[in-house]
Design a protein around this ligand. Sequence first.
Ligand SMILES: [Zn+2]
Ligand SMILES: [Zn+2]
Length: 347
Amino acid sequence: MTGTMAALVYEAPRVMTMREVAVPTIGATDVLIRVAYSGICGSELSGFLGQSSIRTPPLVFGHEVSGNIVVVGDAVDDNLAIGTAVTVNPLISCGRCRYCVAGRQQLCPSRLLLGASLPGCNSEFVRVPGRSVLPLPEGMSLESAAMVEPMAFALNAVGLSRATPTSSALVIGAGAIGLCIMQVLMASGVDTCFVVERNPARLAMASGLGGIALDPEIGSFTAQIAERGGGVDVDVAFDAVGAPETRRHCLSAVSPGGTVVLAGLHSDLTELPLNTLIRSEITLVGAFAYTPSQFATSLNWLAQGRVGLRDGLVRAPLHDGQLWYERLVEGHPASKVLLEPTLHPVG
Ligand SMILES: [Zn+2]
Ligand SMILES: [Zn+2]
């Protein structure tokens, strides 16, 4: 395929412009996908503001994708036929290093990420390696397929927490990742899940999933957890924000022997009371991306309807992308914004 396509290009902090760019040419092991949906990820908002070291202009953002195959390279597997509806694991690893061999491709030192080190899916077409493509099971919608990436992230975060059905949990931040973490916890049998979220619309979504809301305005959560949880302690706490204070809240809320999973990348440097961590034998663990096996599980769980974001979902034309990045930066409560290259702007 040759010619040009529409792409939303990040050109400077807070500036994303629709441009006509060349359709990517594919190599023998690549496929070209016509993008149906491209989800906006919370991790891209700092990039949009010019605060991310891995997203520098000019760049096409987007790594949460679903669509249909339009061109297949000569050396790509036969099961990837033209027209197949697919999603893509956007983390492209070398496949040979000790992390890749051990199945932890997200730690590969030479990994590449769509929409950061490679052009992303905020465009009509995107080029990806054939081995990163996952065909959708019969009947799965393209809309739900664009959610596989954030749900895979949540599967990894919950896996690292080592929560069991008898654990109780705390999730701070009910954006897409926080909501996905809550769903994975509940699908794994965890039925007591406290949640902290400042935005009322997002808090309502978290409560709708069965979360027990804590008031973020009260300094410590310990008393509220004791009161609301009927004596239940927090065994696992998830920070889905990444601010110094939300990290400290997780650490102070978790009970001795518990685990704190850090899943938000908002701030880098954070002061933490590490003597508390030592004396209470708390495990502090970072969660980044997902393994290919978690990505496949996420796809299956979404296809089976075990998990899925339905409330607060926004579908918007790719042409309005700049507006939606702005709105999300300013705290719009959408659980997920899916950009559609084929939709035309309103007005
Ligand atoms: Zn993402
Ligand atoms: Zn590798």
